[in-house]
Design a protein around this ligand. Structure first.
Ligand code: RFL
Ligand code: PHB
Length: 401
């Protein structure tokens, strides 16, 4: 097999890149380790920035999200038993975010790719990449389900490899240790999340809570499907959390009015996610380019992970277009620097919001009082609220350039 750009990973980053490259006439094949159903079964992000929405529209998949997504003009913060609205729309001169599940973004991209008849290899096992430091990159894998292929290795020769294979993927791991620098911060807690077919408690705003019991978050997927999270110890397991225990704990962490309004119901998904900040530098190694979670992770508090994956893909697809259509390497040469500049601002924001809203096991006394003062300052200072709002809706792609 041969193609111009081999994309490893059919998450949102890989699928979006494939779509944008195809539209520019650049041939690509996606190699994915899991089945389509498995990929669609992962419940993850739920908030899209305008930059991401614009990109989905550019990729030809903007219609359903525009029709079914819920526009949010504000966010709400609960602390000290009281709720405070941050008017994101007013503070940013009219910007908003959209509540629309990552699962649906992925579904829309998969449907569009299938309709175009583009090749995606699913359930590829033992994927390996090679030759990216020279001029002949190659992706290889074993395809156990294809009878004619037996257990023989399949090979895809290409001109470039896009590593869109998430945090645990093979692409970043294939780079020699001496060529890469990793920056990491691990947080001493996780998020227990549940999905339930109940109306969201706050359909027009995401609610972020900081209480004595810890962080909480009320989000949504539609007007009939809600997503809720509570901070929990990393040692907890899902079976320690019955639905009843979850709902009781969530209510305890909210203000009395919201707690009263919550509609509870059986969970249809429940999982615990650890929180991590991570950046690998650079994001390019010869003919290998990393994008999305393959290169960086943010704690989910600022809802930036999927949006950062989308902005990486914008920079990378523009660079490939420059290379193939204008015969210029400038975009590819600047990709890592350009992407990292945006990545680090989102890392800073996600780390800051995580520090502000969670209870840290070792930060009693002074640290706790400073957190309370900062929250109080945030909701009463237009300067600080504006800083939160402009980061929440997403900085412009050319910010500071
Ligand atoms: P993904 O989605 O992990 O996709 C990578 C794909 O690569 C495949 N893969 C391989 N394929 C071939 N060979 C291999 N060796 C492979 N190894 C892995 C995987 O099967 C997968 O299909 O990465 P991508 O595309 O970069 O997308 C990133 C986003 O998924 C991620 O940043 C967000 O989900 C983060 N995130 C959020 N982001 C937001 O913007 N807004 C949010 O509200 C938000 N909430 C969240 C989140 C992530 C969460 N968790 C569980 C991590 C909430 C949670 C709880
Ligand atoms: C979600 O809906 O899953 C969600 C919303 C906001 C966040 C993180 C996750 O900050």
């Amino acid at each position: 097999m041969k193609t111009q750009v081999a994309i490893v990973g059919a998450g949102p980053a890989g699928l979006l890149l494939g779509q944008l490259l195809h539209q520019a006439g650049i041939d690509n094949i996606i190699i994915e380790r899991q089945s389509p159903d498995y990929v669609l079964g992962r419940i993850r992000a739920g908030i899209l920035e305008q930059v991401t929405l614009d990109l989905l529209a550019e990729a030809g998949v903007g219609e359903r999200v525009a029709r079914e997504g819920q526009v949010h003009h504000s966010i709400e913060l609960v602390f000290g038993g009281q709720r405070h609205a941050i008017d994101v729309h007013g503070l940013t001169g009219g910007k908003t975010v959209m509540a629309y599940g990552q699962t649906e973004v992925t579904r829309d991209l998969m449907t569009a790719r299938n309709a175009l008849g583009l090749t995606t290899v699913y359930e590829a096992q033992d994927v390996q990449i090679s030759g990216f430091e020279g001029t002949s990159p190659c992706v290889s894998w074993t395809q156990p389900n294809v009878a004619s292929a037996g257990s023989q290795r399949q090979e895809l020769q290409c001109e470039f490899i896009a590593g869109c294979d998430g945090f645990h993927g093979v692409c970043r791991a294939s780079v020699p240790e001496s060529a890469i620098s990793n920056f990491e911060k691990v947080y001493p807690f996780g998020w227990l999340g549940i999905l339930a077919d109940v109306p969201p408690v706050s359909p027009h705003a995401i609610v972020y809570g900081n209480s004595e019991q810890g962080f909480s978050l009320c989000s949504m997927r539609s007007l009939t499907r809600s997503r809720y999270y509570v901070q929990c110890p990393l040692t907890d397991t899902v079976d320690q959390w019955s639905d009843t225990r979850f709902w009781d704990e969530l209510r305890r962490r909210l203000d009395p009015e919201l707690a009263e309004r919550i509609v509870t119901g059986p969970s249809i998904e429940k999982s615990i996610a650890p929180l991590r900040s991570f950046v690998a530098e650079p994001m390019r190694f010869g003919r290998l380019f990393l994008a999305g979670d393959a290169a960086h992770i943010v704690p989910p508090t600022g809802a930036k992970g999927l949006n950062l994956a989308a902005s990486d893909v914008k920079f990378l697809s523009d660079a490939f277009k420059e290379h193939y259509l204008e015969r210029s390497c400038a975009g590819l040469d600047h990709y890592s620097q350009r992407a990292l500049r945006r990545v680090w601002k989102a890392e800073r924001f996600s780390w800051w919001l995580t520090s502000l809203l969670h209870r840290f096991p070792d930060t009693a006394g002074f640290g706790q009082r400073v957190q309370e003062a900062e929250l109080d300052y945030l909701v009463h200072s237009p300067a600080m609220s504006t800083s939160l709002a402009e980061n929440y809706v997403g900085l412009p792609l050319d910010f500071g350039v």
